[in-house]
Design a protein around this ligand. Structure first.
Ligand code: OFO
Length: 168
């Protein structure tokens, strides 16, 4: 059994993970339209992972006799200024998710909900890895540059990163 407060906060997290999944899908579609196959594949993979993060919370709520709410979808941004700006946005989004996970940890700690606290550790670690991955990509883009001539090489690098992010 979990408190209504924690249940609400976990449902807010479900929404955030769901929105991340659809934002990354929109990013993948934009890259696809630009012929950036490697970037598209990477972002499709990230989108799938975010959905998995969402479902993991839905299953957890079911296990602790809570009620999961399937979130509505906010229309994500469709167009992006450049590949560099797109990955900056992805990094900012991951930082926002990390902050939200840390607030959830805080709440679980205050309520002495050690079961949820334990469950959230997986997300704390996952966010560390995802932020690290996003920074690695931004470093590569900074090195290569994102002028039209450089896009081919960025795309190759992103293809190489496919399969390198973690899933359980
Ligand atoms: Fe990368 O956001 Fe999920 O946890």
């Amino acid at each position: 059994m979990i408190s209504k407060n924690i249940e609400q906060a976990l449902n807010d997290q479900i929404r955030l993970e769901g929105n991340a999944s659809y934002l990354y899908l929109a990013m993948a579609a934009w890259c696809d339209a630009k012929g950036l196959e490697g970037c598209k594949n990477f972002l499709m993979q990230q989108s799938d992972e975010e959905r998995f993060h969402m479902i993991k919370i839905v299953n957890y709520l079911s296990e602790v006799d809570g009620r999961a709410i399937s979130p509505g979808i906010d229309q994500p941004q469709k167009d992006f200024e450049s590949v560099g700006k797109l990955f900056e946005m992805l990094y900012e989004h991951e930082q926002k998710v990390t902050q939200s996970i840390h607030e959830l940890v805080d709440l679980a700690y205050k309520e002495k909900d050690y079961t949820t606290l334990n469950f959230l550790q997986w997300y704390v670690e996952e966010q560390r890895e995802e932020e690290d991955l996003a920074r690695t990509i931004l470093d590569k883009i900074n090195l290569i540059g994102d002028s039209p001539q450089s896009l081919y090489f960025i795309d190759l690098e992103l293809q190489k990163l496919c399969g390198s992010s973690s899933e359980e």
